[in-house]
Ligand binder design. Structure first.
Ligand SMILES: *[C@@H]1O[C@H](CO)[C@@H](O)[C@H](O)[C@H]1NC(C)=O
Ligand SMILES: *[C@@H]1O[C@H](CO)[C@@H](O)[C@H](O)[C@H]1NC(C)=O
Ligand SMILES: *[C@@H]1O[C@H](CO)[C@@H](O)[C@H](O)[C@H]1NC(C)=O
Length: 297
């Protein structure tokens, strides 16, 4: 009996060590001096932002965190960094048992080839209220170091939770992003937003009404039960009604049109390839295409 407990404890310790995360002991705001890595100057837009805004996008691009980077990456460099950002995030959330699913442009990328769209510079994921509370309580400001193929010394990612996550309504316009998964080398990040129950709508009889601070609203049956699939080679969760959610957000054509943003979808390689003759009008014939086959839970 005692041995059994000791063995369990040992396993628990090993598991925690294998995660290799640790708290940064920072008081107050996670400002530049608390978290800085190698920059001598803060490029977060903090000074220009309203006082109540928690996350500060960089002064040079809204999809970078200026506490960690001074410039944008080149286009060629950005995609592999975003891919690693996504993979490390999904692996970490699975490790700590935090349920998350992809949405918006990230879900559209999944629809086509289970990859990030090469012209995207951001990644969007969602979590439930229970999950954001769990992340805030146990994992705020935790760092995760990953050894990555071809990356000398690996890379460190930071999970930061917005203290405004407890404010549920859309009146908190400055804080629609509840948490971020940040690449501390490049400043690129994943936006994590919470999907909450809309009690007002439910009281009016809309069963399972959900809302987001970014004004998107859903029904429980649009998202749940989540489906299992793969994204960038990692296990991912997908909202149940993925096709109608995508159609509603981007229009029916976004699911069939194979030329977009100066890219053409190669149906053989299943990759979005850059178009050589930029300036030529895009071909408008939407080819028929079956949705990707995924196991239905
Ligand atoms: C997370 O930690 C940062 C830095 O200490 C702090 O500013 C922020 O309020 C914390 N977030 C939550 C949800 O407690
Ligand atoms: C919640 O539902 C009500 C009633 O349908 C709606 O007016 C309100 O905008 C919704 N809230 C959010 C944040 O979507
Ligand atoms: C599409 O991909 C295939 C396989 O990689 C390749 O052989 C072919 O040349 C590509 N087609 C175009 C139009 O680039």
């Amino acid at each position: 009996m005692i041995l059994d407990t000791a063995a369990k404890l040992c396993l628990a310790v090993l598991f925690l060590l294998s995660l290799s995360h640790h708290q940064i002991f920072a008081r107050g705001d996670a400002d530049f001096l608390d978290v800085r890595t190698n920059l001598d100057r803060d490029r977060s837009g903090k000074r220009g932002d309203p006082k109540d805004k928690y996350f500060h996008e960089s002064v040079f691009h809204p999809h970078y965190d200026g506490r960690f980077a001074a410039t944008q990456l080149g286009k060629e460099d950005r995609l592999p960094h975003l891919t690693a950002l996504m993979q490390t995030f999904l692996a970490t959330m699975a490790d700590i048992g935090a349920e998350t699913w992809i949405m918006h442009g990230t879900l559209l990328g999944w629809w086509w080839n289970q990859k990030i769209l090469p012209w995207d510079s951001d990644i969007d994921v969602q979590v439930s209220e229970r999950t954001i509370a769990f992340l805030a309580k146990f994992y705020n400001m935790t760092e995760y170091h990953f050894r990555l193929p071809g990356v000398k010394n690996g890379r460190t990612y930071l999970l930061e939770v917005n203290p405004h996550y407890t404010i549920r309504g859309i009146e908190d316009k400055l804080n629609v992003i509840d948490a971020r998964w940040i690449d501390t080398e490049t400043g690129l990040f994943i936006d994590i937003s919470t999907v909450r129950a809309n009690y007002t709508a439910r009281a009016e009889g809309i069963e399972g009404a959900l809302m987001c601070k970014d004004k998107h609203h859903y029904l429980e049956r649009d998202i749940f039960p989540l489906r299992d699939s793969f994204f960038e080679g990692i296990h991912v969760k997908i909202p149940f009604e993925y096709a109608s959610l995508l159609e509603e957000e981007y229009g029916k054509k976004a699911l069939t049109l194979t030329t977009y943003e100066h890219h053409k979808f190669n149906t053989t390689s299943k990759l979005w390839e850059p178009m050589k003759n930029i300036g030529r009008p895009a071909r408008k014939r939407p080819p028929s295409r079956r949705p990707p086959s995924i196991p239905v839970p």
